[in-house]
Design a protein around this ligand. Sequence first.
Ligand code: ACO
Ligand code: ZN
Length: 158
Amino acid sequence: MVENITIREATENDIQKVIEVNLIALPEHYTQDFWLDHLRAWGKAFLVAEVDNKVVGYVMCRVESGIGFLRRGLIKLGHVVSIAVLPEYRRKGIGRRIMEESIKRLKEYYNVSEIYLEVRVSNVPAINLYEKLGFRKVKTIKYYYLDGEDAFVMAKTL
Ligand code: ACO
Ligand code: ZN
């Protein structure tokens, strides 16, 4: 058990560390401006997990207006753009905690009524995590990723 996990809002000083975690954990990478733009716009739902003052995980979200996958009509949607935990810190509940906290904050600060995300159809750990949190698969997007893999869109109402 990792005892001293802190979940907190990311700051601009964390972005380099967040980018390093992303480079290690995922094939989907973004420019520094992309990370900073999300932090400045939706910082209440951009979280980092720290262990011994070291960033070991993050979740970055965005808020959009659109038609829900589960709710009818024009609504505010929370979009989980990217989440990752460093390999050696996985399976300790960190991913679940940062997701739960970002979901809570998307509702509290941005009044979103539905949350969605895309995930590789082969990404069993992430799909299991999202299903545990009440997300369900609402559609498949063929060839969503650059290497040709399909994505599931998963969504959850709040
Ligand atoms: N195999 C099966 N189920 C898993 C696995 C696994 N390897 N890892 C997590 N889960 C499921 C389990 O149900 C687990 O609960 P349990 O441990 O009680 O069985 C539940 O998820 C919660 O696990 P956590 O420990 O909270 O998750 P973790 O901190 O390991 O983070 C994450 C999960 C973020 C998916 C991590 O594996 C990771 O960083 N993967 C690489 C990056 C990635 O794939 N990110 C998601 C891409 S999609 C997107 O960003 C929108
Ligand atoms: Zn997305």
